[in-house]
Design a protein around this ligand. Structure first.
Ligand SMILES: [Zn+2]
Length: 315
């Protein structure tokens, strides 16, 4: 499971793999493992005859670098992959909320030292103390921080706290909070560009591609299990019909945003017409695996040999 192929300063969720490392990954994978497309995996699960130690490559969310950086490299090595796309950012050319949040909290050079922010049913009161100004030392500390570790700074703590609060909320409430944060932060937060998502034209081109397949990842990337069946249906089936229309065919694969799902989600995904769905649990697939709960390994920004070690631990 990849998200972005890019080199960035701050990446608390390990979403980015550098282009150099990505090319090493493709070389390592090609040399050491059979590589299947998602469709081939779905067919093999149907027949119960799985190719041993095979790999399937997927990319979540639909960042522009998937098209501009990953696609040409996949072509160079003739390796198939599936891109799971969230439709609203794509159709509205809007940024993902976590990128906006990171830009405001972790990259704004000067923030007000006090924040009072209504969020969900709560009011967050926070003081940045000495961290209102983004010093070189603070920037360095943020660039090495990972979200699964305790936050080493006030800014990291604030980011992590708001992230946790925003994740279960519906899209419009996330956007409301981000709007309030942007106003609080002043114009300076817009100084660094946010990573962009693919355009409609790029998705159309991908849908014709012989190596690349497109799959569903909802309309607005909600943590589905936190929402009612009706909202889940709207997000899953609505996202599918938007992509079906864009790609002019019926898509068959889906990835749960944040790997978050419950039994209702699984049903909703099957009823929407998807025949295979991916989680974010790092487990290998066997012929007994439920085809709506296929595990995936999140690939960190590591070298080819390091990747091989990680994969072999799972197999
Ligand atoms: Zn996602």
């Amino acid at each position: 499971m990849y998200h972005r192929i890019a080199e960035v300063d701050i990446d608390p969720w390990d979403l980015c793999v550098s282009p150099t490392h990505f090319e090493q990954h493709l070389q390592t994978l090609q040399k050491n493992y059979p590589i299947l497309s998602v469709n081939e995996l779905a067919d093999q699960l149907q027949t119960g005859q799985l190719t041993k130690q095979a790999i399937v490559l997927t990319f979540d969310d639909g960042y522009a670098d998937n098209f501009t950086i990953a696609r040409p490299m996949l072509e160079k090595y003739g390796i198939p992959a599936s891109f799971f796309l969230t439709t609203q950012p794509l159709l509205d050319q809007q940024r993902f909320w976590w990128d906006d949040l990171q830009q405001i909290i972790c990259q704004t050079p000067l923030l007000p030292d006090r924040l009072s922010l209504p969020i969900a049913d709560d009011n967050l009161e926070f003081e940045l103390l000495t961290e209102a100004r983004l010093t070189t030392a603070l920037r360095t500390s943020l660039s090495t921080w990972k979200a699964h570790l305790a936050p080493p700074s006030r800014r990291a703590m604030l980011y992590q706290h708001i992230w946790e609060k925003l994740k279960p909320l519906p899209h419009h409430l996330q956007q409301q909070t981000l709007h309030a944060l942007r106003c609080w932060s002043g114009a300076e937060s817009m100084a660094t560009p946010c990573p962009s998502v693919m355009t409609v034209a790029q998705v159309r081109e991908l849908s014709q591609h012989s190596l690349i397949d497109v799959g569903g990842h909802t309309i607005s990337h909600p943590a589905l299990a936190n929402h009612s069946r009706a909202v889940q249906q709207h997000e899953v089936a609505g996202g599918k019909s938007q992509l079906d229309e864009l790609c002019r065919r019926s898509l068959t694969s889906f990835a749960y945003p944040y790997g978050n799902y419950n039994q209702t989600t699984r049903q909703v995904v099957e009823q929407a017409g998807f025949s295979i769905a991916f989680t974010t649990r790092a487990v290998a697939t066997t012929r007994h695996t439920d085809r709506y709960q296929i595990g995936r390994l999140q690939i960190p920004d590591c070298t080819g040999p390091q990747l091989q070690k990680q994969i072999n631990k799972l197999l």
